[in-house]
Design a protein around this ligand. Structure first.
Ligand code: M6R
Length: 614
């Protein structure tokens, strides 16, 4: 998604800004730009490019284009194709005002019509350009800069974070936030601005997170913060020791394959971290014994892979804690009737802790005084700050756009939490709690071993064979159905092969018409005997129609193993952890198909790692 980085201070800014953008590069983007006010003339200088930051870097590294105030941007297209014209910064008519922006201005069409009719000429298809032209107008009609800004922010609808640099005001910058994240790192006679503090980690540990619906006018040594009505706000900067470590692929060909192999470690680190939390766990989660005693319902929401993890976790909470659990897709949840329940626990699941749909759902729930715990991989994320409690997964930084180790760490967290709640409610005893923890570690072992068992076969034979198919169907039943959804997502996002998931029992109600020799069907088994028998019947139905069947079956499931055209045998684990045991191999299989097709696996087309627009 778009990233913004800015600087005002005592040093030349180009190096910091390009490095900051590079640190946030994994979030995904399609073009980049940089602007500054020339160190001597204070005239606007800028450069933009399509594609990666390295292209921009090459374009400007040899140019004398640097200053003590500047900003940069990586753009993930929402309005208008990726192009130099649409890359940020965007400008007003006079190229006096420059804007870099993350988010969406929802009323841009209406504003553009008004501005065009008053004589403004637009050079891009972006919603961002509207901000610059609108401010240009407002600076003419208001007596003070601040009054123009108040009017500006109240005219813009949507969710946005932007930085504004104005040639006529060379000693200050404006930073605005409405719903999208942005923060300021306070240094010694210098300010660092970024959509994610990672951009300035190691430069300062004093961080000001702009409150929602606020704007600041910052100089190198001062910050004036206001709400959207212009009322001054006093917000303390926080001390956050974020460290930037340059994450390398080491000997791996991509981040995704590295992260697939890091899963065993991510699971065991997460389990051990929770064990060490011991009784402080309730402080982190913000839960009281009273609340747990009265807990009668759990609601979990998330998007993409995190939503799939939540759907699998429904089985954990219902079977282990015996608590009715509902799973919601965050982007839909917000727009459905909501019945706040004070005795319900709400869980938001998000690797990044920044996904706009999930964050907005979280805000909706907390605003109605219901308790939200966020399960995330990023301690400094907005969700951690805004939820009532948090549980951190210990997957470590995940760089590839496709989630792998964060998914297995989420399953680990959710499984552990369901057991911990069950223990608190006296449904399981301490010994059973310890068994649950060791089951997770056993499963981590199984996850890695199955990759090793099939690695060569997939690399040497199967990836080539299956990369020739243009569509796949993924099926499962019960706990393996949401896992089939995740498998379909993984294959399509990195290989661009069409993949559809179905609950196996639904095939005969329509989609069985799709079965032919050209559409492999991947079936994910379960360890529950009754459901396995039903799944087996579905497998027979597929074979009776000459379908090509690929089975992920458990070691004792001979009938399924013999029926399938291709089988991957998975060791037996705790039945609720069956999806976790299959995770590594499923991802590895999808990965090798995408690799055979020559895809850009770490940064697939059109995708972003951190989806900060709705
Ligand atoms: O950071 P989050 O977990 O909230 O992200 C949610 C989805 O955007 C994410 O899982 C996405 O579906 C991944 N590309 C899946 O691999």
């Amino acid at each position: 998604m778009c990233s913004v980085v800015g600087y005002i201070g005592k040093s030349l800014c180009k190096g910091f800004i390009l490095e900051g953008l590079k640190r946030l590069e994994y979030r995904g983007y399609d073009s980049a730009g940089f602007a500054c006010l020339d160190s001597e003339s204070k005239r606007l200088l800028y450069a933009k490019s399509e594609g990666k930051i390295d292209v921009l870097y090459q374009k400007i590294s040899s140019q004398a284009l640097d200053g003590y105030i500047g900003m940069g941007h990586t753009r993930w297209s929402t309005h208008g194709v990726p192009s130099i014209e649409n890359a940020h910064p965007q400008f007003d008519c006079q190229k006096n005002i420059s804007i870099v922006h993350n988010g969406i201005i929802e009323n841009h069409t209406e504003l553009k019509n008004i501005l065009e009719s008053s004589g403004h000429t637009f050079h891009s298809d972006t919603d961002t350009e509207i901000i610059a032209h609108l401010l240009e107008n407002l600076l003419l009609s208001h007596q003070t800069f601040k009054a123009a800004l108040i009017d500006l922010v109240n005219k813009l609808e949507g969710a946005y974070a932007f930085i504004c640099m104005i040639q006529n005001f060379p000693n200050e910058m404006v930073v605005v936030r409405k719903r999208s994240p942005i923060c300021i790192g306070i240094g010694d006679n210098e300010m660092f601005i970024a959509s994610d503090l990672l951009a300035f980690a190691n430069k300062t540990n004093k961080v000001l997170f702009l409150p929602d619906e606020s704007f600041t006018i910052i100089k190198k040594d001062s910050i004036q913060l206001y709400d959207f009505s212009g009322k001054p706000l006093i917000v303390e900067a926080q001390e956050i020791n974020a460290y930037w470590q340059n994450i390398e692929k080491n000997d791996h060909e991509s981040f995704m394959i590295k992260e697939i192999y890091e899963q065993k470690n991510a699971i065991s680190k997460t389990v051990n971290f929770y064990k060490d939390l011991s009784t402080t766990i309730w402080d982190n989660l913000g839960l009281s014994p009273e609340f747990i005693k009265n807990l009668n319902n759990i609601n979990i929401f998330g998007c993409g892979t995190s939503w799939h993890a939540a759907k699998i976790a429904q089985f954990f909470f219902e079977k282990i804690c015996l608590i009715p659990t509902n799973i919601h897709l965050a982007s839909e949840f917000r727009y459905m009737p909501f019945f706040p329940d004070k005795n319900s626990l709400y869980l938001s699941v998000s690797q990044s802790g920044e996904t706009a749909d999930t964050l907005e759902a979280l805000r909706m729930v907390t605003s109605l005084n219901c308790h939200v715990i966020t399960i995330t991989n990023i301690a400094s994320s907005t969700m951690v700050r805004e939820a009532n409690g948090f549980l951190l997964t210990q997957a470590g930084p995940e760089i590839a756009v496709a989630s792998t180790k964060s998914f297995s760490a989420q399953l680990t967290a959710l499984y552990w939490l369901s057991n911990r709640l069950a223990f608190e409610k006296n449904i399981i005893n301490l010994n059973q709690m310890h068994v649950a923890e060791s089951d997770l570690l056993i499963c981590a072992e199984a996850l890695e071993n199955t990759i090793e068992n099939y690695k060569l076969l997939i690399i040497n034979e199967l990836a080539k064979k299956y990369s020739l198919y243009r569509k796949f169907i993924f099926i499962g039943r019960n706990i393996s159905y949401p896992f089939a959804m995740e498998a379909a997502l993984k294959l399509k996002e990195i290989s661009y092969i069409f993949a559809q998931s179905y609950p196996a029992g639904e095939l005969k109600h329509g989609s069985i018409a799709l079965i032919d020799e050209n559409t492999p069907i991947v079936i994910f088994s379960v360890l529950d005997d009754i459901i396995y028998q039903k799944l087996l019947s579905n497998a027979h139905e597929i074979k009776a129609r000459k379908g090509h069947l690929i089975a992920f079956a458990f070691e004792h499931q001979k009938e399924l193993i013999n029926l399938a055209d291709q089988t991957f045998i998975i060791p037996k684990v705790n039945p609720l952890l069956a999806p976790l045991a299959m995770t590594g191999l499923m991802q590895f299989f999808a990965y090798q198909i995408a690799k055979t097709l020559g895809r850009n696996i770490d940064q697939p087309r059109n995708l972003a790692k951190s989806v900060t627009v709705e």
